[in-house]
Ligand binder design. Structure first.
Ligand code: PLP
Length: 396
């Protein structure tokens, strides 16, 4: 059986998104900046796509800027707010310990440039409260950056509550919503969000296409200089086929959100229940405030990498956490932030479903994970010590 349960790393483009892409490559190849008729038609398609993106998150079309993906949007939002803050003598940014590296590494660079970066600690399930944010804000704060939903453990953060605090205190809120689009109902107005990033390949669109929502009137500086595309905020000829395809994908994802949730949620819970039967295992992240597609476990006494490779041999595509940390030996910063010790953080497994998942696939994955975890433990000297009582189990 072939199972692709790594949808938080990337999704398979939908049939409609692929068809829109191919059609646009053929028909809408002209440069939207050209004055001739094909160019103007391309420009119209670009603006239609912008309106679709805006509608998906409750924004206005002129608040959407197309980028190359989530990472670029994250960089641009944070750097824009930081530059604007600096002009007003504000140099403090509040964020969380569990952000994506596109956020954390950008913040690290700003720290080297003299910004004060406060990373709020998270609860054992990956939550940050609006009260924590409120307590950290002071007159030097130029930005609050809190992700909408965590890409590793699937916890959904209280963005509306944090948005209300930020609005009341006059501090802009940026949220990395890359994992939330198509999973959570987003309304930038109601939730008081000032900057929001998203990425098409996380909701069955093409790779290399993202968007940054910027509330009207909020500062936005460009990271790429050149032509006047995107109202002078992002130079470079637009990736029109990608953008048109992504618009189809975001429309599908938001239109089908509740239907997809109703389909996937019971499968997610079936998978969680099955894997919970493995002794000395623990679910990471929130039980309730959790993306409907995300399952994330730690198993004591195994190496996550070995588990992944053996699952791959059985036709199962999974992940140990974020694609960005695999290949390095450092345990996930998210697992460390929720308090998992190093040796436990190393034994992690993330399974992220989409609406094509079936109960047969879920049962197959449960069987294979049980079998392989048992096999790896039997070979492990650490497991022998644990069994013989020479070491204490960390996960009871
Ligand atoms: C995937 C992801 C990103 C990066 O998006 P790209 O389009 O791959 O650059 C950023 N943040 C989160 C939470 C993600 O899951």
């Amino acid at each position: 059986m072939q199972v692709y349960f790594d949808n938080a790393a990337t999704t398979k483009p939908s049939r409609a998104a692929i068809e829109a892409y191919a059609k646009a490559l053929c028909e809408d190849f002209a440069n939207p900046s050209s004055l001739h008729e094909p160019g103007q038609k391309a420009k119209e398609k670009l603006e239609e796509a912008r309106a679709v993106f805006a509608a998906a998150i409750g924004a206005k079309a002129n608040e959407i800027y197309f980028t190359s993906g989530g990472s670029e949007s994250d960089n641009q939002a944070i750097i824009s707010a930081a530059r604007a803050g600096k002009r007003k003598g504000k140099n403090k940014i509040i964020s969380t310990a569990i952000e994506h590296h596109a956020v954390l590494h950008t913040l690290n660079k700003l720290k080297q440039d003299g910004f004060e970066i406060v990373l709020l600690p998270v609860s054992s399930t990956g939550l940050v409260t609006a009260e924590q944010v409120a307590a950290a804000i002071d007159e030097r704060t130029c930005l609050v950056a809190v992700m909408y939903a965590n890409n590793e453990i699937g916890t959904v953060l209280p963005i509306a509550e944090i948005g209300a605090v930020c609005r009341a205190r006059g501090v802009p809120l940026f949220t990395d919503a890359v994992q939330a689009v198509g999973h959570e109902k987003i309304d930038v107005q109601a939730q008081n969000i000032d900057y929001l990033s998203l990425s098409a390949h996380k909701f069955h669109g093409p790779k290399g296409v993202g968007a940054l929502y910027v509330r009207k009137g909020m500062p936005l500086s460009s990271l790429i200089e050149g032509g006047a595309q995107e109202r002078g905020r992002r130079a470079g000829t637009e990736n029109l086929p990608g953008i048109i395809s992504a618009a189809v994908a975001i429309e599908e994802a938001t239109k089908n959100l509740e239907q997809n949730r109703a389909r996937v949620l019971p499968l997610r819970d079936r998978l969680i229940a099955g894997l919970s039967e493995i002794p000395h295992s623990v679910l990471n992240g929130e039980k309730e405030k959790r993306l409907f597609s995300n399952v994330h476990f730690c198993f004591e006494g195994i190496e996550g990498e070995s588990l992944l490779l053996m699952l791959s041999d059985q036709g199962i595509a999974a992940s140990s956490g974020s694609a960005c940390t695999s290949g390095s030996l450092d345990p996930s910063h998210v697992l460390l932030a929720i308090g998992r010790p190093h040796e436990i953080a190393h034994g992690s497994l993330r399974l992220t479903l989409d609406e094509t998942a079936t109960a047969e696939q879920v049962d197959y994955v449960i069987d294979k994970v049980k079998e392989i975890v048992g096999y790896l433990r039997n070979m492990s000297p650490v497991w022998r010590d644990l069994k013989e009582g020479k070491r204490e189990f960390i996960i009871k």
